[in-house]
Design a binder for this molecule. Structure first.
Ligand code: AMP
Length: 193
């Protein structure tokens, strides 16, 4: 069963590429950012807590995030299809929790697709998205905080997964179709192994 993590800084194109990957490989999509934004929109208790972190560009605490992921995973994997994790894990404890959860279900992570995009381009893309969609955390102050948090807490996962032989580097600059073509070739290579 194909279980993939789509990894990258905020603004690296995870959401856009996710749509194409899940369609091509018939995967379930778990985007933790989308799950949290849905709770915020519904005004749930969890949504209020999530908003207090997201609006500052901080991460939701690991314990809470891992509980949310566990619930999402339970709902999806009962149907017996692989999963594309988008925006999770973002810390080493989250990565360890994901390994454990997959193992308990008799599965494992196939690979981590890492979209690599230069910093100026990330900022430009997020500002454009903020202007076009009104996404609340796509304002310059929060963007700069999210990038700082990414470098401090999330980027170390790259070496973590490289050490496990799971990391797949993808050049995240170029047209949506060109990037997707690099991703799908890399996934096909990985499946053959
Ligand atoms: P995203 O849509 O993936 O860019 O996520 C938007 C925001 O949701 C992030 O800036 C975090 O505040 C929060 N978030 C999403 N996924 C996670 C996660 N795995 N761990 C902690 N916070 C998260």
């Amino acid at each position: 069963m194909l279980n993939l993590v789509l990894f990258g800084a905020p603004g690296s194109g995870k959401g856009t590429q996710s749509e194409k990957i899940i369609e091509q490989y018939g995967l379930h999509h778990i985007s933790t950012g989308e799950v949290l934004r849905k709770h915020i929109k519904e005004g749930s208790e969890l949504g209020k807590i999530a908003d207090s972190y997201i609006s500052k560009g901080h991460l939701i605490p690991d314990d809470l995030m891992i509980d949310i992921l566990r619930q999402e995973l339970k709902d999806k994997t009962e149907q017996g299809t692989g999963v594309l994790f988008d925006g999770f894990p973002r810390t080493i404890p989250q990565a360890d929790a994901l390994d454990k959860m997959l193992k308990e279900m008799g599965h494992e992570l196939t690979g981590v697709v890492g979209l690599e995009v230069p910093e100026e381009e990330l900022v430009a893309r997020m500002l454009k998205r903020g202007a076009e969609t009104g996404r609340a955390d796509d304002n310059i102050d929060t963007i700069l905080n999210r990038l700082k948090v990414y470098h401090n807490q999330t980027e170390p996962l790259k070496d973590h997964y490289k050490g496990k032989g799971k990391y797949i580097h993808i050049d995240g600059l170029g047209s949506i179709d060109t990037i997707f073509s690099s991703i799908s070739s890399a996934i096909d290579e990985r499946i053959k192994k």
